[in-house]
Write a protein that binds this ligand. Sequence first.
Ligand code: ADP
Length: 169
Amino acid sequence: MTTITLVQGDITEQSVDAVVNAANSSLLGGGGVDGAIHRRGGPAILEDCRRLRAGHYGKGLPTGRAVATTAGDLDARWVIHTVGPVYSASEDRSALLASCYRESLRVADELGARTVAFPAVSAGVYGWPMDDAARIAVRTVREAETDAEEVRFVLFDEEAYDAFARQVR
Ligand code: ADP
């Protein structure tokens, strides 16, 4: 049984088994959540990401997929990097956004992570409208078959928190 919890705050300050990063496919850093995770988690995360790029993920991590690295100095054991789709008004990319949550939880299960923190993937620089991002996130986690005991959505501001709260209640 997975419990969904909501927190307004900074995902890099969470104590969980796994923190999910809204990464970009290069895995080599970016803004938003990605920048914050690398800043606070320190260089060990980027070192792992470079290793992934040198190995199995030579072309980067495809949209909708997820891969784990160390969490460096974060109060977590792993960072699970997932690449959300860029929002498009003309093309429905919701399946890819749902895949980010499903694949991240699959990786979490493989690792044995029981508490997993997610940001609102794609709802920042990638432009996904927050209400719809929240709807897809909550529905996908609810429907996922996962061993995670807690999935914690960590929302940066009140607008995001309220959007997720409307979906959870
Ligand atoms: P994407 O590129 O997938 O859109 P972003 O990192 O730009 O990802 O934004 C995703 C969401 O995370 C946005 O709602 C943004 O406000 C929020 N966010 C940014 N920094 C943090 C943080 N440190 N902790 C939690 N959420 C954050």
